[in-house]
Design a binder for this molecule. Structure first.
Ligand SMILES: [Zn+2]
Ligand SMILES: [Zn+2]
Length: 206
């Protein structure tokens, strides 16, 4: 798997680009800013961006969506419970952080458990509500992208509209910590980790 990581936007959101090495089919996860940098990687690696996955609808994960969509025509994929945030400056919180914005609406809305393919790579959607009602994690082989649900040594905030501490704990314990020990965790902010490290040492999960 081709894997690139850059930090984007004013909250240093982790944006990930993954692709199948052979077919060059790619997905962009959470284009929260720095569209030029994201597109440079796509062009330099000769990738075809098929999907833009949004782990949830908050502004720091979607701010460059319009530019990336316009440049690549990739399909915008988000859970149906967060889809309204793309079109709502209040819903995506951008109005509280400066200039409110809207973004292109979803091409594909999710329920959970869907599978997507990039060439030979298979991506599985895991619905992990709690940070927002439509938060998702995305598993690809022994890697899981966890958005703002699970961080290295921490968990996502649940004090935004639609957040639920009970739900995020259930999501993490029943849907993420059951993954294999050596599964690499790539969160929406901060350092990467593994499922075993988080299961054993994350202070919120002991
Ligand atoms: Zn968030
Ligand atoms: Zn975030």
């Amino acid at each position: 798997m081709l894997f690139r990581h850059i930090q984007v936007g004013y909250l240093d959101t982790n944006c990930y680009i993954i692709a199948d090495e052979k077919s060059r089919e790619a997905a962009i996860i959470d284009p929260g800013g720095n569209a030029d940098e994201i597109l440079n990687i796509i062009n330099k690696e000769k990738l075809t961006a098929k999907y833009i996955f949004l782990t949830h609808g908050h502004s720091d994960h979607i701010a460059a969506l319009q530019e990336i969509k316009d440049a690549t025509n990739a399909k915008v994929v988000i859970h149906h419970k967060d889809a309204h945030m793309l079109c709502s400056p209040k819903g995506n919180l951008s109005i509280f952080l400066g200039e409110g914005f809207t973004q292109p609406s979803a091409d594909i809305t999710l329920e959970g458990n869907e599978k997507f393919n990039l060439g030979d790579l298979e991506l599985t959607i895991i619905h992990t509500p709690g940070h927002t009602p439509g938060s998702i994690s995305i598993q690809v082989g022994n890697v899981v992208f966890t958005g703002d649900t699970l961080f290295a040594g921490s968990i996502g905030r649940t004090d935004f509209p639609g957040g639920s501490f009970e739900e995020i704990m259930t999501s993490i314990k029943e849907k993420l910590l059951i993954l294999e020990d050596d599964t690499k965790v790539f969160p929406g902010h901060g350092e990467s980790s593994t499922i075993a490290i988080e299961r054993n040492t994350n202070p919120f999960l002991q």
